[in-house]
Structure formats: C-alpha cells, structure tokens
Design a protein around this ligand. Sequence first.
Ligand code: GDP
Ligand code: IMO
Ligand code: MG
Length: 421
Amino acid sequence: MNTTQHTLVVGLQFGDEGKGKIIDSLVDDFDAVVRFNGGANAGHTIYYKGQKIALHQIPSGVLNKHVLNIISHGLLLNLSLLVEEMNGLDAFSIKLTSKNFCISPLCTLVMPWHIAMDRATSGTQIGTTVKGIGPASADRINRRGIRLIDLFAEDFEKRFMDEGVIQNNILKVFGGDTLDLKKEYTLLVKSFEQIRGYVLDVYDLLNSLTKNNKRILFEAAQGMMLDVFNGTYPYVTSSVCDPSSVTQGTGYVFPLKKIGVLKPYLTVVGAREVPTEIFSTTADIIREKGNEYGATTGRPRRIGWIDIPMLRYVLQHGIDEFALMKLDVLTNIDEIQVCTAYWDVHIDEEIRYTPGYNDGLKHITKVYESFPAWKEDISGMSKFEDLPKNAKAFIKGIERYLDKKISYISTGVNKEDLIVR
Ligand code: GDP
Ligand code: IMO
Ligand code: MG
C-alpha cells in the first residue's frame, strides 16, 4: 500500500466547515467513503443536480455510483433516523444496495431513552442537537451500550425491556418523559428489519479494500474544537473529532493523508464562548450569504472572524493539506478581519490559544489584521489565477499565518466549484 492511499477529511473549527461538499468534490478519486465518528448530530450538505441533500449518518459518497459507503463501529447509530435517511434518498433516485452500502454490526445504538435523556438534561444547557449523542456515548463508555449485533440475539427483547426499565427510572430522576417500552421495541425491530441486509464485518472489509489497493476517504463528523477531550469542554460533542478518531472508530491505524477543512470565518451552534464573535450586521450578512443555518436543527449559526491562534492549536494534531471553503461568501464584505494573535495585557506578550485557559478573560485582547474584500463575483471559479487581487491577497495572508499552502479553495456549493492548487 502506498502512504497516501487513504485520506481523512476533518473539520478544523466548530463543525459545518463544508466537509460534505469537499468530499463530494474529491470522491471521484476514491473507491469508498467511511463515516466512523459522531452520529446523527452531523449534517453534511451536498448539492445533487441542483437539489440540496443533508446527510446525517450515510456517508457523503452516496451520490456516486462507483463508491462503497461504509458505516464503521465508531458511529453512534440511530436506526430509525437511518431508515428515514435511506428512504429520503429515493426522491433523488439513489438506490442503496448491499453492494454500495454497509454497516458494522459493532455500532453502538442510540436508543430512544438516550434522546429522552438528552432532551431532559444537556439539551438545554449545552445546546445539543438532541440526537441523544451524549447519553449514548456515556453508556458506550460505561459498557452498557446496546450494539447492532445484539439485535440478532434471540433474547434481545428481554435485554431491551430490562435496560428500558432502568433507563425509565433514570429518566424520572431527571424529570424526563418516560417511554412506552413495548411501542419503542416494536419501532426498533421494524427499523432493524429494514437495515439488517446491510450489516457486514467492516474490519474485514477495510482490510481487504486496503490490500486490493482501493482508496478510502474517511469522513469525520463535527470539528476539532468540538472534540470531547481537546475542544471547548464542556461545550463540545461527546465524541473524539480529531484524526485519532479514525483509529478508534475503525480499529485500524492506516497511514492517512489528512485534509483539514476550514471556513474563512467561524460559525458556531449551541452555547459556548466564541472569542472572535461578530456582533455587528456583518454577522447577519455572512449568515444569510453563507446560508449559515444548522443542517441538523435549522438553528441560526453564530458568526466570528477566522481565528488563527485557535487554528494553530488544532494544527498540533498534524494536518497535511488545507481546504478553505466558502470563499465566495466573503465577496462584498466591507472589511474582512483575521484574528492573528491573542495578547495578554498584564504581561504585554502574545500568548497561545488553549481552550479553557484563556476563555472569557478580560485581560486577553485579540489582535486583528484587516483585509480589503473584493467586489467581483467569484462563485463557481475553478482557477486561482482568475480570483480578484484582493481574494488572492487574503488567501496568501492566511497561508502566511498558517505557514502552509492552501490546496483546495471552494467557491460554491456544487461539486465542481473548487480551485485545486
Ligand atoms: P459540514 O457539516 O462540514 O459538511 O458542513 P454543512 O453542510 O453543515 O455546512 C456547510 C454549508 O456550506 C452547506 O450549506 C454547504 O452547501 C455550504 N457550502 C460548502 N462549501 C461552500 C462554498 O464554497 N460556498 C458556499 N456558498 N457554500 C458552501
Ligand atoms: P457536522 O458534522 C456543528 C454541536 C452542537 C452542540 C454540541 C453538542 O455537521 O459538522 P451534541 O448533539 O453533539 O451532543 O451537541 O456540538 N455539534 C455540531 N455543531 N456541526 C456539527 O456536526 C455538530 N455536531 C454537534 O450544536 O453545540
Ligand atoms: Mg454540518
């Protein structure tokens, strides 16, 4: 196997960087796409024949006939939402078969009580997507998670009922809505029947794809600042979102090319401090132009300026190439700001950004460099030379601060709206 046979696409900010779009653009060079972390909290948007599709658990390669789409055990699987998503693809005449789609039997399931618990608890404080990810992840780590493979067991109904009684009691303690377990069991089994034909040993499959020189694209969910260990805890998701999540979520340590995806500004959904948040009408302009509304919940995304110290923090994990998305959104913005440094006025020195250490501190100020915007429409451009002078200067400025060339620049929602350098 050559060392760049497989590639990871990973978000470098707070999610929604455009991972779905870049995967759609790059997928022609790959044989398989794997979702391996997060769950239905993810929303990856792709445009297909002019129509918008938001994918949540199904890998973003699904629109391409030649691609094998794989869900490995790292994804917290919600069966009823998966069936809904699969049925939704009918409208686009996309046919899933056991030849182009498979699911690891070792996926931990998001059960109805996890969603009820999410709604009753952290849903309100953290501003979660209420897809049950936190509680399902807690049960997985606490070794009481129910996995897809368990549904094949003859005594599964008893296991479900026994666990359901315990979970209903916990829900009562948290003031949540208890569940009608018989009804939930029937719904779960119905969904299971619809997907059981796709269940396959993914360890074995990934091994044999690798041996046969097939190329795999690993599609991370969320973004590195949402990582449960290294993000803005507790305002994070409950999964690992950094490159190590490939190993955890697939079981293999592949040599990978890592493509880090970022926007030329920041967006955030849910509660958390955003050091570079924009409070002027510029935020509304960017939100509307960039259609910055959650692909999973529809919530308006808060907007901030691109934060170089924060990017430098996540880049410690090692990234080989950058994909800068949504450059077209900044066309006609009065003045583009780039946060280039955090400054501690007590010691009069630049400091590093580390989440949790300098959040909300009044004596830490931010240093900005402002870049003039461009007026020319750049939507759909695919050549760097064609970009207006100011757009080129902005890209070069970011590259200077990140000390690395940006390999991909996205200029629109469609697969072909991409500059490759
Ligand atoms: P993901 O979660 O990282 O896959 O990102 P989302 O799909 O949640 O959000 C990204 C949004 O930006 C989607 O609505 C995409 O269609 C859109 N998008 C991606 N790339 C571009 C781009 O270059 N230009 C514009 N205007 N929109 C883009
Ligand atoms: P993609 O893959 C943006 C955020 C939620 C909330 C926090 C915890 O589309 O980039 P959770 O439901 O995971 O317990 O919520 O994490 N969050 C995301 N924000 N994009 C995502 O995924 C997200 N997945 C979770 O908004 O603040
Ligand atoms: Mg998203």
